[in-house]
Design a protein around this ligand. Structure first.
Ligand SMILES: Cc1cc2nc3c(=O)[nH]c(=O)nc-3n(C[C@H](O)[C@H](O)[C@H](O)COP(=O)(O)O)c2cc1C
Length: 204
């Protein structure tokens, strides 16, 4: 076993070790809008579901390691506290990756990545039409986890309205897991696809 004291590593190394180990991570493709109405779209794999009542999802746009600036997604959320968390499946993963490129503020990544804006019902940022599940959310809390390069910023968002593509549900409205074809982020440039599913019933 090799042990690492965090104080002996730099931020990039810590990030890299933990990203390989804490994996797979689901990907939130988050749409936001600023006060001037400019739309932003970016993926975040520091993301998960944390509560069902109320339904709360959390994701984290980190401060850039390069220059300690904050990401446009976070800046927008300080202006308009609404977002759509669009779930990522295999069919859109290349476009999602393109949306993660460092575009200047104000550039709409929907256009750069070739994804389609769909009007949301109750929040201002648009949804991603190609995404299999779109969650319209209002932000409850923005919580900085540090001030230095690489520091995360927890976005605690409450789901208000959920959209599921028809083929993901059976006639009774029950989700069909095999039809979701989800992808997730691992370490470095690795991703995985949910093609190796198995069921495990709960212990009695
Ligand atoms: C699959 C994937 C997952 C990512 N996850 C995160 C993340 O959890 N946190 C983060 O700060 N950046 C993450 N990134 C990088 C951001 O998407 C990237 O910095 C993006 O340009 C931020 O855009 P913005 O400044 O327009 O908000 C991820 C990139 C990819 C491709």
């Amino acid at each position: 076993m090799k042990s690492f004291d965090i104080s002996d590593l730099n931020t990039v190394q810590v990030h890299n070790y933990l990203q390989h180990a804490i994996a797979p991570r689901p990907i939130a493709l988050v749409s936001t809008i600023d006060r001037a109405g400019k739309v932003n779209l970016s993926p975040f794999s520091f993301f998960n579901l944390f509560s069902a009542n109320p339904p709360v999802v959390v994701f984290s746009p980190s401060r850039r390691v390069r220059d300690n600036t904050t990401k446009h997604t976070l800046d927008n959320l300080y202006e308009i506290r609404e977002c759509v968390v669009n779930i990522v499946d295999y069919s859109i993963v290349l476009k999602v990756n393109q949306a993660s490129a460092e575009y200047p503020k104000g550039v709409n990544e929907f256009h750069e990545a070739g994804l389609t804006e769909l009007l949301s019902v109750i929040v201002k940022p648009p949804r991603v039409a190609e995404s299999p599940v779109q969650l319209e959310c209002k932000v409850n809390q923005l919580m900085p986890l540090g001030k230095g390069p690489g520091a995360g910023n927890l976005v605690i968002a409450e789901v208000q309205l959920m959209h599921f593509r028809d083929d993901l549900l059976d006639d009774t409205g029950k989700p069909i897991q095999q039809n979701f074809d989800l992808v997730a982020r691992l370490g470095g440039d690795w991703y995985c696809r949910t093609t190796d599913l198995f069921e495990l019933s709960k212990p009695i």
